[in-house]
Design a binder for this molecule. Structure first.
Ligand code: ADP
Ligand code: MG
Length: 398
């Protein structure tokens, strides 16, 4: 989905109040009745001008239910509310290019007021291809718009909470900078996903480092759950070293871990399954891509479990609950993801990358009548980070 920020500059104070009122009304209403929008916004009868302005640019959509007419927020409307929050808090000043289109998210390069580049990740949990599973189609068709918004918010909150905890404990992850609604802002990692790397000088040491990261996560009580070549960015750094008076350049590869909405506790009922899947994704990728097979079996979950809490490290699966992402939220999000078929980038059975182009997936999506307005346009695979053209999509508004 494109993030067209142009209309932001033209929204009036009343328009923003109206948009916020539709968001507030959505908490209790699938379709927010027009009089309620007037009431919540404080604009009463004066709300109609703003409603048509917002509907015209697609930030709210008119819907009829059996009893009355009303409006609901679109993903575009929710995007604007999040961006407006970032603008006010000075987290984001301008929006640049889209660098990633995942199954459940869109990734943009943005910049702060000083022009420092950051990454905006927008979670879009209702947007998946359903393929053949009829139950999912029905589930989604009957889903309330509230549920995809709520679930996308939960995914963003979960990702931000885990990224913060990991970062605080020295894991190589982006710096989490801000969170609003279904989005997060984090530091930009100047690196390619491992998926795009055709060869490395020393696969054995990179493999060891990546497996060590899985085990370190276990030590802190966590399993990534979607640990694979798409979610590991490989940072290349050249260092100059002087050995015996001679200067030489050494290339170091540092894996940076991203994408946390599917993290689970080591105490999860299917913990072993997720652990094994994470390990096997890496093994398979190293075999196929770098023709490297470790001469060590495992690691196996039973042994990895012995590392939990080793050296007195905190259990992050426990501490995230205290810092805002509750067990109840985790359960709700997991159940929804399961129902709508979210299974990460690295599910060996999921068609992805080589097998199915994004365009094909879009076509599948647009078959879902009610999703048409949210279909992707110009879907691209992840590309190298280009500099955003700061200035032409500055998100000022009145
Ligand atoms: P998804 O859940 O859709 O897989 P990810 O968080 O994995 O979303 O991001 C998708 C892609 O966007 C990544 O593979 C990577 O190329 C890019 N990306 C995400 N976060 C960053 C970041 N902080 N810095 C640089 N690139 C990023
Ligand atoms: Mg990913």
């Amino acid at each position: 989905m494109r993030l067209d920020t142009k209309a932001m500059r033209y929204l009036t104070v009343e328009d923003w109040k109206t948009l916020t009122a539709v968001e507030t009304g959505s908490r209790n209403h699938e379709v927010v009745p027009t009089p309620l929008i007037g009431q919540i916004s404080g604009l009463r009868g004066g709300v109609h001008r703003s409603i048509s302005a917002l509907a015209k640019v697609g930030l709210i959509a008119r819907l009829k239910n059996a009893k009355y007419d009303g409006y609901r927020l679109t993903y575009g409307g929710l995007d604007y509310l999040a961006l407006n929050t970032y603008r006010k808090r000075k987290d984001v000043y301008s929006v640049g290019n889209q660098i990633g289109v995942g199954k459940e998210s869109d990734i943009f390069v943005v910049a702060d007021e000083k022009g420092v580049q950051r990454v905006l990740k927008i979670h879009r949990l209702g947007r998946i291809s359903f393929r053949t599973v009829k139950a999912n189609r029905d589930y989604l068709r009957n889903r309330s718009s509230g549920s995809w918004m709520y679930m996308s918010r939960l995914a963003a909150l979960k990702e931000f909470t885990f990224m913060t905890a990991l970062r605080e404990n020295g894991f190589p992850v982006p710096e989490p900078l801000a969170q609003s609604r279904h989005t997060i802002v984090m530091s930009l990692i100047d690196a390619f996903p491992m998926r795009q790397i055709s060869s490395v000088p020393d696969p054995a040491s990179l493999y060891a480092e990546i497996i060590a990261m899985i085990l370190r996560l276990t030590q802190y009580g966590l399993i990534h759950g979607d640990f694979n070549e798409f979610n590991i960015l490989i940072k290349e750094e050249t260092k100059t070293e002087t050995v015996d008076g001679k200067e030489s350049e050494i290339l170091t590869l540092t894996p940076i871990l991203i994408d946390f909405p599917q993290m689970v506790s080591v105490d999860h009922a299917n913990a072993e399954f997720y652990f094994d899947r994470d390990v096997n994704c890496i093994k398979r990728f190293f075999e196929r891509r770098f023709h490297f097979t470790s001469n060590q079996k495992g690691p196996h979950f039973a042994n990895a479990r012995k590392l939990i809490g080793k050296d007195g490290v905190p259990r992050l699966d426990v501490s995230v609950e205290a810092s805002g992402f509750s067990k109840k939220m985790a359960k709700e999000l997991e159940a929804y993801m399961k129902k709508v078929g979210v299974d990460g980038d690295g599910d060996p059975n999921a068609a992805r990358g080589d097998e199915t182009s994004d365009e094909e997936e879009d076509e599948e999506n647009s078959e879902e009548g009610d999703m048409e307005e949210e279909a992707l346009d110009g879907a691209e695979d992840t590309i190298k980070v280009p500099a955003p053209h700061v200035g032409d999509s500055v998100i000022h508004s009145s």
